[in-house]
Design a protein around this ligand. Structure first.
Ligand SMILES: [Zn+2]
Length: 270
């Protein structure tokens, strides 16, 4: 759901209908409501676990704009109880590009909850690594079985999250693995040292053959944005398996759009 629709508008019932012409005027203004409504600035009390990124996403404003409006610089540090001013904006409905539309995809509540509830140690995760499964059908159960019983990994599924492509799992469906829930080391990189500091996300598909589905990329972006906020990371922490592995790999394939994807992520230094 587009976060902008969550913004609180001045309630219409607070307006007094003094006369018929006023009521007609109100009805006329209602007709244009969706196209022209302006949103007033509002105040927000920072809660524990909030970051500039998570608040900016919730209210649909750029993180840099939110930080600038509140005189924050450098690390964007905020604290629980602090009051922030959410910059005023307009809810004007304009045609949005595919990238903007993807930017507004938000995670299902169950996934947000699983991300929020995991006992993340500050500074624990330094990378978010993207993989493909290499095959065009996949389920969490199948991957877990493969990693546990064939690859003999005692913690099973090597990744923290899996995103489906419509074959085996839903298109764009996100599954949360127990490595995330229990904050276990990963099993997705060749280096055990890297597995201790790198989260793994696997998209189902063979991206040497074709690109990921649009819904996979939308879910990936929404997931990575929330994980960056949860783990206090910037887009520089987001890598492909190929970019970070100490042993050469093609993963996640030549048709994975890494540059477009990284450019779509919010970056306080851009
Ligand atoms: Zn990989």
């Amino acid at each position: 759901m587009c976060p902008r629709v969550n913004r609180r508008l001045r309630p219409f019932h607070s307006l007094k209908l003094a006369s018929l012409p006023a009521a007609v005027g109100l009805l006329a203004s209602l007709a244009f409501f969706s196209a022209t409504a302006q949103v007033e600035e509002e105040s927000y009390a920072v809660k524990r676990g909030d970051t500039i990124y998570s608040i900016a996403r919730e209210f649909g404003v750029p993180p840099a704009e939110l930080a600038a409006r509140n005189g924050l610089s450098g690390s964007f540090h905020i604290y629980a109880g602090q009051r922030l001013i959410i910059p005023a904006g307009s809810t004007v409905q304009a045609p949005v590009s595919r990238a903007r539309a993807a930017a507004h995809v938000s995670l299902p509540y169950s996934i947000k909850r699983a991300i929020a509830l995991a006992p993340v140690r500050p500074g624990r995760w330094q990378y978010i690594v993207v993989h493909h499964s290499g095959v065009d059908t996949g389920t969490v159960k199948g991957m877990d079985h493969y990693h546990r019983d064939v690859r003999h990994m005692e913690n099973g599924l090597a990744y923290d999250f899996v995103i489906g492509n419509g074959s085996g799992m839903g298109d764009g469906e996100i599954a949360v693995g127990r490595r995330w829930t229990l904050q276990l080391d990963g099993g997705h990189l060749a280096s055990e040292a890297q597995n201790k500091i790198a989260l793994g996300i696997c998209l189902v598909g063979n991206f040497d053959e074709h690109p990921p589905t649009r819904k996979e990329m939308e879910s990936l972006r929404a997931l990575v944005v929330v994980l960056m906020a949860r783990c206090n990371l910037t887009p520089r922490a987001v890598k492909t398996h190929q970019q970070i592995n100490i042993v050469h790999t093609r993963c996640p394939g030549t048709k994975f759009p890494i540059k477009t994807f990284l450019d779509s992520l919010p970056d306080p230094h851009r």
